[in-house]
Design a protein around this ligand. Structure first.
Ligand code: GLY
Length: 565
């Protein structure tokens, strides 16, 4: 697990041409047999322990995700939902959709007042903002169909962490005591009691024991998804929702279904990219952007050059305009994925880009701007000794979800209903109607941007990646793919590198600190409205060197941890 540098090796790999650069400085964590990279060290360790016990990448991803539900409560969860992309060692791939669903009592205008205005906080705070959780169903489905170890074994580390506690990290202490978290969780007595310790916030190094959560996890360990969706947990959750004014009923829980879907896939400079299909917009938008950029000589322009950022931003602008218009739950609306990721369509979009001047988003397409979404999702990547890979991204949506902890159950509920368009179908000032595909309907899944992604080269596993960050997720993954494929960065360098993001509307180019003032001045000169943001994404990734060495790159932005063996 030691970190090391080898410039000579990196240079050697660059000379080999298309292979991913390996291992450049700064050095990733390297290992031969297995690797888990997540936002939190106890969770990564739980995954690696499972690998060492003979578990597969899928087993380790489940154990890591459940451990994050204990140690990373802002996004790790059993009260939310997400996606798991799996690539088996023989090259087959599959995608498990355990996204939250709108409860049966949900309706298209449920967050509007009598005059048709969106009610502040209605879709973000409190039990009415919660969709029917999918995480436990998804993880148990993955275990039953694709795991090697018994379910009980993979749940065990999370039960232990909740029951015995774990030392609060600097990042968790900071998150729990932040003004935003305090304001949200103080509004709900159960959340205030558990996560804010009734006003005595946890300090770094203190032990955090979660007895209610431990009991819930133990029941799930014994009874699986059946317990969560039909058993005592389900009954208590439904009773709590009824009392608290939420919409989720026992029938909603009993009716929850995981959907196994074919991932979207495409090629970029000889690499095969496999990623998230609808109801995520992630894979579709990612491939649309890569297709636009494939004929642009980005490598010649250079990483972080104004010219490369200009072209990439224009690709982002166009693909995100399509996202707002076309993407939604494919079980409810027709999503033209094939058309959107067609290389001929990308040619047309590329031809519309002025090499010297920023386009106006209002001219590219016009409609309701997407609000910026919360960065509080989390992604983990796993590869096992047989070469199976798992990329799992899951979420409560906002940090600590809707702020509500189900009484006596110990876990936070999501506010995923906010990922629907609360007010679709209203013509904007240009007369265009937006967001119809993502309107609220009972049983529907809200549109996501989560982009768990696996890259192969000549049939060999090359990269596993993904990120939190709402729509910035897709561009974080794009930044990383361009950094490793076009700019030949090592995986850790790519993960560390400053990122940029444009989502069509609002018409602004968000950049992390780290770009040179000259570059930003050139971009402004071309008409880009540049705004600096402290942090974009948190992309825990693994690259595979040509000789099979696993290179784990934790994203330093939230203190992530790569552990291999
Ligand atoms: N809630 C974040 C996403 O699904 O994209």
């Amino acid at each position: 697990m030691k970190r090391y540098r080898s410039t000579a090796a990196a240079v050697a790999m660059l000379l080999l041409g298309t292979a991913l650069a390996w291992p450049a400085s700064p050095a990733p964590v390297r290992a031969r047999h297995g690797m888990v990279v997540s936002v939190e060290q106890h969770a990564s360790q739980a995954g690696v322990d499972i690998l060492k016990q003979g578990g597969s990448a899928v087993d380790a991803a489940i154990a890591t995700a459940l451990a994050l539900a204990v140690t990373h409560p802002s996004a790790g969860n059993i009260g939310g939902g997400g996606f798991l992309l799996i690539r088996f060692a023989d090259g087959r791939t599959t995608f498990l959709d355990f996204r939250e669903r709108a409860p049966a009592a949900a309706s298209r205008d449920m967050y509007l007042d009598a005059s048709g205005k969106v009610i502040a906080e209605a879709s973000t705070v409190g039990p009415k903002a919660a969709g029917v959780p999918g995480t436990v169903a998804g993880l148990e489905y993955a275990s039953r169909k694709y795991g090697k170890l018994p379910w009980k074994r993979v749940v065990a580390p999370a039960v232990r962490l909740a029951a015995r506690g774990f030392p609060v990290s600097y990042e968790l202490a900071r998150s729990l005591s932040s003004a935003g978290t305090t304001k949200l969780l103080s509004r709900f007595p159960e959340s205030k009691r558990i996560f804010l310790r009734d006003g005595r916030p946890y300090q770094e190094g203190e032990k955090f024991v979660q007895r209610d959560l431990a009991r819930t996890l133990k029941r799930i360990q014994g009874g699986g998804a059946r317990e969560f969706y039909q058993g005592e947990t389900a009954r208590r959750l439904a009773a709590f929702m009824q009392k608290a004014g939420g919409l989720t009923t026992l029938a909603d829980l009993e009716g929850y279904k995981v959907v196994e879907r074919a991932p979207v896939s495409g090629s970029y400079h000889g690499y095969q990219i496999t990623s998230a299909p609808p109801p995520s917009s992630g894979g579709t938008v990612l491939l649309e952007m890569l297709n636009i950029l494939e004929a642009v000589p980005l490598a010649e322009k250079g990483a972080q050059s104004a010219d490369a950022i200009h072209w990439t931003t224009e690709a982002m602008r166009r693909a995100f305009a399509d996202r707002a218009r076309y993407l939604g739950d494919p079980d409810f609306v027709k999503v033209p994925v094939r058309g959107l990721i067609d290389k001929k369509y990308a040619e047309k979009l590329r031809a519309s880009i002025d090499p010297q001047r920023a386009s106006l988003s209002s001219a590219v397409g016009a409609g309701d701007p997407l609000p910026y979404e919360s960065a509080e999702t989390t992604h983990l990547s796993v590869i096992d000794k047989d070469g199976n890979a798992a990329a799992l991204t899951y979420t409560l949506n906002g940090g600590y979800g809707c702020g509500v902890t189900a009484e006596g159950l110990g876990f936070l509920l999501n506010n995923e209903m906010d990922d629907f368009s609360s007010k679709p179908g209203v013509p904007n000032m240009y007369g265009l109607i937006q967001g119809e595909a993502n309107a609220i309907a009972p049983g529907k899944r809200p549109l996501s941007a989560m982009t768990p992604t696996i890259v192969t080269h000549e049939g060999k596993l090359a990269l596993v990646t993904g990120s939190p960050g709402g729509p910035t997720i897709i561009n974080t993954v794009l930044n990383i793919l361009l950094d490793v494929i076009d700019y030949k960065m090592g995986v850790q360098q790519a993960v560390d590198a400053p990122r940029f993001h444009h989502q069509w509307l609002p018409d602004e180019l968000r950049v992390e600190p780290g770009f040179s003032p000259d570059t930003l001045a050139l971009l402004k000169g071309r008409g880009h409205k540049v705004v600096t943001r402290s942090s974009i994404g948190d992309a825990h990734s693994i690259a595979v060197a040509p000789d099979g060495l696993l290179l784990g790159a934790a994203d330093p932005r939230l203190g992530g941890k790569a552990i291999g063996y």
